[in-house]
Design a protein around this ligand. Structure first.
Ligand code: TMP
Length: 208
């Protein structure tokens, strides 16, 4: 079976991590060799960078530094994990990827979008996702869900950025969807888990 690269994007508490595992199970049933990975992370070095980004004082990095840190992690992840997996015919499901940098550091964080375009071109290059699912949810609901999870206390730096940041983030993801409607598909994450899973499966089936 041919390789496929699918990314999961969206704000906090949108349920994408639950859905990535459900989709992986369905794709495995079809005989696909599936790799689940995440960003920032996916290699030991990229996970070390993740710790710098997701913990500590909310204002510790400028948006430009965050973009560079995420792209350093992404370069490691692409070279050591994603490209070899795709070359080996795997189906790669990635929890966040380049659109998170555009939405979090660009649209919400105020980092120049031209700078992010340049990083994307230099580091991602032709390894763009075949399909991107954008989980859309009112950020007030998403943040409440994320806080009630209570399992990621040390990883809540972005959750602490405040509602206005998360509203801009949502608008950013919606703008990305408008600009790349062939690659990016909206998932209504306000629905219950089963309904979201059905939507995800119907989008992915259509794309395969
Ligand atoms: P997670 O919540 O999906 O585990 O992701 C970790 C956090 O990192 C999340 O708050 C979003 C943020 N992030 C960015 O700000 N820029 C990026 O490029 C990526 C991949 C994640």
């Amino acid at each position: 079976m041919s390789s496929i690269f699918i990314t999961f994007e969206g704000g906090e508490g949108s349920g994408k991590s639950t859905q990535i595992h459900r989709l992986a199970a369905q794709l495995k049933e079809q005989g696909r060799d599936v790799l689940i990975t995440r960003e920032p992370g996916g290699t030991a070095e990229a996970e070390a960078i993740r710790t710098l980004l997701v913990s500590g004082d909310v204002a510790r990095w400028t948006a430009k530094s965050e973009a560079l840190l995420n792209y350093a992690a992404r370069e490691q992840h692409l070279e050591q994990v994603i490209r070899p997996a795709l070359a080996g015919g795997k189906t790669v499901l990635c929890d966040r990827f380049m659109d998170s940098t555009r939405a979090y550091q660009g649209y919400a964080g105020g980092c120049d979008l031209g700078f992010i375009d340049a990083l994307e071109k230099a580091i991602v290059g032709i390894t763009r996702p075949d399909l991107t699912l954008v989980f859309d949810l009112n950020p007030a609901i998403g943040l409440a869900r994320a806080r009630s999870r209570g399992d990621a206390h040390a990883e809540d730096r972005y959750e602490r950025k405040g509602l206005a940041f998360h509203q801009q983030l949502r608008e950013g993801f919606l703008d990305i969807l408008r600009k790349e409607p062939k690659r990016c598909r909206l998932v209504d994450a306000a629905q219950d888990i089963e309904a979201v899973a059905e939507d995800v499966w119907s989008i992915v089936k259509g794309a395969l």
